[in-house]
Design a protein around this ligand. Structure first.
Ligand SMILES: *Cc1c(COP(=O)(O)O)cnc(C)c1O
Length: 337
C-alpha cells in the first residue's frame, strides 16, 4: 500500500459521491441550463451570504478571474510573498490582468493591516495604483495556518478607507472554519470575492467556486468563457460538489487530528529539526543534515510519498483517503528509518 501524502488533491470520489454524480440532472451550463450547476452555485453563494457564485474548473481560474475583476491594466495587487496567487499561478497576475504585485513578508504566510496600509502606493505618477488585497486561508506555504475573522476585520477597514477590493483565496477555507467554528456568512461579509476549492480536502475530482456580487459574477462568467472555462454538462461535476458540501466538511477535523499525530511522529525523526505548528491538514518538516530529495527517496523506498517544499522543507498533507489504518502504518514504516 502506497501512503500518498503529496497533496489533498489526490483523493478519489467516494462511493456516495460517485452515486450522486451518476444520478445528476444535467443540461448545457453555457446556456445556463444545467440544474445541478445552478443548484451548486446557489448553495455555495447562500452559505457564504454572497449574491452569486460561478463554478470553474480550477482554483487557479477562480483566483485569476477575481484578480481580473478587481484590477485594471497598470494597477497593483498586495499579497504575501508566499501566496498561491503569486507563486503557483504561472505569473497570471501579470499575463492575465497586466497588473503589478507588491509582496509582503509575514509569519506563517500571514499579513496584518498595518503592513497593508504601508504598502498602498501614493497617488504619484511613478507608482501603479493599488486596487486589490489578496489573502489566503488556510495558508498553504504557512503550513496550513489559519487567519481568524478578527484578523481580517482591520484589513477590511484599511481596504474600505482606500477604496481597495479584498479577495480571499479560500482553497482550504473550510479547513480553517471547522477549526475556529466561525460561520461562512461572517467570512462572506468581509470579502468582495472568495474562491473555494472543491477538489482539495472536500474530495471532489474537479472544481472550484468563485463567490461574489451579482454584478461581479456576471462579469466573471464572461471572463471564464473567454479563457475557455465554459463547461457544458458540468452537472456531473457539480453533483460531486453538492455532495461534498453536505458530507465532507465536518470530517475535515479528522484530517487535522491525523495531521497533528503525523507532525508528532515526524518531529521525532532524525534529520527533522522543526515541524511547523500543525493547525489544519498540512504538515511541513524542516530538515537538517539531509537534503529533501534524499529523504524523499528514503521515504519512497517505504512507499511513502511527500513533496519538497523549499530548500530544506518537505510537505505532507492529510486527506480523505488517509485514515487511521494508514496513519498507524505510516508510524510503523518511519519508526525503522
Ligand atoms: C490548490 C490551490 C489553489 C488552486 O489550485 P488548482 O489546482 O488550480 O485548483 C489555489 N490556492 C491555494 C492555496 C491552493 O492550495
Amino acid at each position: 500500500m502506497i501512503i500518498d501524502l503529496r497533496s489533498d488533491t489526490l483523493t478519489r470520489p467516494t462511493p456516495g459521491m460517485k452515486e450522486a454524480m451518476f444520478s445528476a440532472s444535467i443540461g448545457d451550463d453555457v446556456f445556463g441550463e444545467d440544474p445541478t450547476v445552478n443548484a451548486l452555485e446557489e448553495k455555495a453563494a447562500g452559505l457564504f451570504g454572497k449574491e452569486a457564485a460561478l463554478f470553474c474548473p480550477s482554483g487557479t481560474m477562480t483566483n485569476q478571474i477575481a484578480i481580473r475583476l478587481h484590477t485594471r491594466i497598470q494597477t497593483e495587487v498586495i499579497c504575501h510573498k508566499n501566496s498561491h496567487v503569486y507563486l503557483y499561478e504561472g505569473g497570471g497576475i501579470m499575463s492575465n490582468s497586466l497588473a503589478s504585485v507588491k509582496l509582503l513578508e509575514g509569519d506563517l504566510g500571514k499579513i496584518i493591516a498595518d503592513q497593508v496600509q504601508a504598502a498602498i502606493n501614493p497617488d504619484d505618477v511613478h507608482a501603479p495604483e493599488t486596487t486589490l488585497v489578496s489573502l489566503e486561508n488556510t495558508m498553504n506555504k504557512g503550513g496550513g495556518s489559519i487567519y481568524k475573522l478578527e484578523e481580517i476585520k482591520p484589513i477590511r477597514k484599511v481596504c474600505d478607507a482606500h477604496g481597495l477590493k479584498l479577495h480571499l483565496d479560500g482553497a482550504r477555507l473550510f479547513n480553517a472554519l471547522v477549526e475556529t467554528g466561525e460561520r461562512p456568512a461572517d467570512w462572506g461579509a468581509q470579502f468582495d470575492s472568495i474562491s473555494i476549492c472543491l477538489s482539495k480536502g472536500l474530495g471532489c475530482p474537479v472544481g472550484s467556486l468563485l463567490l461574489g456580487s451579482k454584478a461581479d459574477i456576471k462579469r466573471a462568467r464572461k471572463v471564464r468563457k473567454v479563457w475557455g472555462g465554459g463547461m457544458r454538462q458540468a452537472g456531473f461535476l457539480a453533483a460531486a460538489g453538492i455532495y461534498a458540501l453536505d458530507h465532507h466538511v465536518d470530517r475535515l477535523k479528522e484530517d487535522h487530528l491525523r495531521a497533528r499525530a503525523l507532525g508528532e511522529m515526524l518531529s521525532q525523526q532524525n534529520y527533522v529539526s522543526e515541524v511547523y505548528p500543525v493547525a489544519t491538514n498540512i504538515v511541513i518538516a524542516r530538515l537538517e543534515g539531509m537534503a529533501p530529495e534524499d529523504w524523499l527517496k528514503e521515504l519512497s523506498a517505504k512507499d511513502i510519498k511527500a513533496v519538497k517544499f523549499g530548500p530544506d522543507l518537505v510537505r505532507f498533507v492529510t486527506h480523505l483517503d488517509f485514515g487511521d489504518d494508514q496513519l498507524e502504518e505510516f508510524g510503523r514504516r518511519i519508526s525503522v528509518l
